[in-house]
Design a protein around this ligand. Structure first.
Ligand code: B12
Length: 176
């Protein structure tokens, strides 16, 4: 196809319409969804992945039965905007207490939460929730106590990491 322009042509673009401008392209932040070492349940993780994607994030789902060291090393590599731990087998409290300090050491003040069925009292005994908060979680979502609506509110409250939320596309260079 012959070009409408010859090599001496000059093209005038409307302000902001030039392909040589540097557009701001929204880049989705990444959230890590993971279960803990003892827990083999998976649909809770699938559910959370879909929910968090709907909230506008990329999700890396580490899956069930994630050993502590793997969780920490993956989170360190990914440097996520948030870590969401889910456990429903009744051992989430113990697993969460064990791993949160290691995650804090690796990720600093990155938001991290845990939720699901963390004990075996079906929300009846909430005494351990404060311990999880004191150990380092930013929030704890025990079924029947704090649920998905509260989780959504938590996600909405996370301060945007503006430097990473928008990426500047390298301007195209004009070929002489
Ligand atoms: C399917 C199932 C299994 C399957 C899992 C297969 C698989 N690939 O996932 C198998 C057979 C392997 C299994 C094994 C066991 N299971 Co099971 N399992 C279930 C069952 C029937 C359904 C779970 C499910 O898929 N739900 C669908 C998902 C989408 O929902 P969900 O898991 O409930 O998660 C929701 C909430 O918890 C919440 N949520 C979860 N995480 C988070 C995190 C955050 C941040 C937030 C906001 C919300 C949130 O959101 C989700 C959607 O509403 C439940 C009972 C039930 N009806 O719920 C028992 C259940 C979870 N299992 C239970 C138990 C005890 C076991 C075993 C220990 C049994 C045993 N003695 O071997 C083992 C544990 C194995 C292990 N190592 O973890 C108990 C847990 C009891 C408790 N915590 O008080 C349950 C509740 C059954 C019961 N009533 O006793 N299980």
């Amino acid at each position: 196809m012959t070009s409408m322009l010859n090599k001496n042509s000059t093209v005038t673009y409307l302000p902001g319409c030039s392909p040589f401008d540097a557009p701001q392209v929204a880049e989705k932040e990444t959230v890590v969804v993971t279960s803990v070492a003892s827990d083999s349940h998976t649909w809770n993780l699938v559910y959370l992945q879909l929910l968090i994607e709907e909230l506008g994030y990329e999700v890396v789902n580490l899956g069930p039965c994630v050993p502590d060291e793997l969780m920490v090393s993956e989170c360190r590599d990914i440097d996520p905007a948030m870590v969401v731990i889910s456990s429903v087998n009744g051992h989430g409290y113990q697993d969460g207490m064990r791993v949160v300090g290691q995650l804090r050491e690796a990720l600093g003040d990155t938001p991290m939460v845990i939720g699901g069925k963390l004990g075996i009292a079906a929300g009846g005994d909430t005494s351990f929730l404060d311990e999880l908060l004191e150990a380092g979680f930013d929030d704890v979502f025990e079924d029947g106590v704090r649920g998905v609506e509260e989780f959504k509110a938590f996600v909405a409250s996370i301060p945007a990491r503006t430097a990473r939320r928008t990426a500047t596309v390298t301007p195209l260079r004009r070929v002489a």
